[in-house]
Design a protein. Structure first.
Length: 618
């Protein structure tokens, strides 16, 4: 059994990964997957409707699954279809997350009224939206850091409701029971109505009813153009940049000039009619024809949206995080029993998880046309990926399961951070102007991120040393020496990449802002990492610290690096303050406190270490 275990684990992991790559079976007769592949522009990026649905749900409720009042589970694309084409149904879905007690009281609701005691429907909220608007107007002028928990919840919910309302106007008019029929009538009367308006303006005889009806229709389309968030109407002349896409209302306003309703707007109106009527055959036919037409006119765009939909469904980082957890447990248990079999199993699991994460990062790079690190979300992915890669090298050299345990822990931890960062919306957002340079993103950002990865890894290995030494009897002389060599080597690696990355950042700053160094908080954070790693090395070389001292210094490297990675963004000042995330503040404080506690434990006298071990063993 012990001999077969590594092979069995490898086969099961391969089957598990393969199962995530198989396209999911359709939940209904409607081709919602085909609908989800249709491209739109949002926030300057062409993306499939599937991505719009998934990211919107993450913002609204922190998950991508929607449960209807009758207990059915909707996939994201089906939910978006209801929001855009059948808003009366969607208004009953409980997908607005509210946990702040005073905000619940504002809507005269209790936690028990919501799904999971925290999710509520638009219908439950709409009667008190005027009061929410009033509270939002009072809260928005207050600086984000100074807002009360109630004000923060009000601003967040107000933004979420605004997002939801704008989605409803993005494809068809939610106020029209049959938008397709309305557009067909408009196309028949548009020329006569426009002529009547021109005659009215010239004070000539005209059809008053036709002029009034046409003006009302124009006002309706103008309202749609102002209220919509998506730009689903592509340019009629084929591939182009995202700026050429229009929202439905703006495209319909052009009918007054062309005399012809935009065919793409008619397509979405046809989809709305068939979806509401429950006619799956016609719905699927329209989706297929429209997809084929877009494939001819926009082959590159459709190829990318198809890959992105498959990427969304596969969720490679979720699968990797699961494998990392299993690998960590296998590595830890290998220190207690079956060291060879469980150790090799853990190593192989880490390898599969790392390859899957590599494929996920590569897919994101191809979709964005960018290097791997472009925002905080992608930095979490890359830092974890680089750290796990180093762990695989350590495990291949030392074969003691320490590298696998560290890989499982740091891989899962960084993917967990990435998941929470994804709750802010699209993780492949358009680049901020300050970062819009593929060369420097591929040199400075990647190099300094590898420095982050190595510094964190050194700190994690030091934590393993401390915990095994204090609470177990497994830290023998050979293991302690191996961990010390690992930490020392990784700190050397981290120093090199942190230093080179910081220098490259200075050159980028000189090109962008005309100065190499400006004592910006982010620049200071990068410099502190270099200085701290240099302090560790000099303390070791000078004999100022031995093994335990080295470990304590390496753990504090986690504090320094977390400050540079997240803390500097929370200050809200400086040229690099483009990644503010208030939700991370509490997590950062708790993380720093935990690292300081570990440093304190590391500095306990050896007699205390022995007493802790005896207590744990007893």
């Amino acid at each position: 059994m012990k001999r077969l275990l590594p092979l069995l684990v490898l086969l099961l992991a391969a089957v598990y990964v393969g199962s995530t790559l198989v396209p999911p079976r359709p939940a209904t007769a409607f081709d919602t997957a085909g609908f989800g592949r249709l491209p739109v522009v949002l926030n300057g990026r062409v993306k499939p409707l599937d991505t719009v649905a998934r990211t919107t749900l993450l913002v609204l409720q922190g998950r991508q699954r929607v449960v209807t009042p009758d207990g059915r589970t909707l996939e994201p694309a089906a939910w978006l279809l209801d929001v855009c084409f059948a808003p009366d149904r969607a208004d009953a879905y409980q997908h607005f997350e509210i946990v702040q007690p005073d905000l619940l009281a504002l809507f005269h609701l209790a936690a028990e009224d919501g799904a999971g005691r925290k999710r509520f429907s638009y219908r439950q909220l709409e009667k008190d939206l005027a009061e929410l608007d009033r509270q939002a107007q009072l809260a928005q002028p207050v600086p984000a850091q100074a807002r009360t928990s109630f004000q923060k919840a009000v601003v967040q919910l107000h933004a979420n409701l605004h997002l939801y309302q704008r989605l409803r106007y993005s494809l068809v008019s939610p106020e029209s029971p049959d938008f397709l029929a309305e557009l067909m009538r408009f196309q028949e009367t548009a020329a006569a109505g426009s002529a009547a308006i021109r005659a009215q303006q010239a004070d000539q005889p005209h059809d008053e009813a036709a002029a009034r009806a046409t003006m009302e229709t124009g006002q309706h389309f103008l309202h749609m153009s102002q209220a919509a968030s998506l730009f689903p109407i592509p340019p009629l002349d084929g591939e182009g940049n995202p700026a050429g896409w229009k929202n439905t209302g703006a495209a319909l306003l052009e009918t007054f000039e062309t005399g012809r309703v935009n065919p793409y707007a008619l397509t979405y109106a046809g989809l709305a009619r068939t979806w509401v009527a429950g006619n799956a055959e016609q719905f699927n036919h329209i989706v297929t024809l429209y997809g084929e037409q877009l494939g001819k006119s926009f082959p590159r765009t459709m190829r990318k949206t198809g890959v992105e939909v498959r990427f969304n469904a596969a969720q490679p980082f979720l699968t990797s995080s699961t494998l990392y957890v299993i690998a960590f447990l296998a590595a830890v248990f290998s220190w207690l029993k079956w060291p060879d079999a469980l150790g090799r199993s853990a190593f192989r699991l880490v390898g599969i998880a790392w390859l899957l994460a590599t494929a996920g990062i590569a897919a994101r790079m191809w979709l964005e046309g960018r290097p791997p690190v472009t925002n905080l979300y992608s930095s979490a992915l890359f830092i974890g990926w680089a750290a796990v890669g180093l762990c695989l090298v350590l495990e291949a050299v030392y074969k003691n399961a320490i590298g696998s345990a560290a890989a499982g822990l740091i891989g899962f931890g960084t993917l967990l951070i990435a998941h929470h960062l994804s709750l802010d919306g699209d993780t492949m957002e358009m680049m901020r102007a300050v970062l819009d340079s593929n060369f420097w993103l591929a040199t400075h950002v990647v190099t300094v991120s590898i420095g982050y990865s190595a510094t964190f890894l050194a700190g994690l290995l030091a934590i393993i040393y401390i915990l095994r030494g204090v609470f177990t009897r497994s830290l023998d002389r050979a293991t302690a020496d191996a961990l010390a060599r690992m930490v020392y080597g990784i700190v050397c690696f981290a120093t090199l990449f942190s230093f080179v990355g910081t220098v490259l950042g200075g050159i980028w700053a000189d090109q962008s802002w005309g100065r190499f160094w400006g004592w910006d908080p982010k620049e200071n954070g990068a410099l502190i990492i270099v200085v701290w790693n240099a302090i560790i090395l000099h303390a070791r070389w000078g004999g100022l610290v031995k093994q335990r001292g080295l470990m304590a210094l390496a753990v504090f490297g986690n504090v320094v690096t977390s400050w540079s990675w997240f803390g500097t963004n929370m200050l809200g000042v400086g040229l690099h303050s483009y990644g503010f995330t208030e939700a991370a503040f509490v997590a950062l404080v708790l993380f720093v406190a935990s690292q300081l506690a570990l440093i304190a434990i590391a500095n306990l006298p050896l007699a205390k270490w022995r007493s802790f071990r005896d207590a744990a063993a007893g």
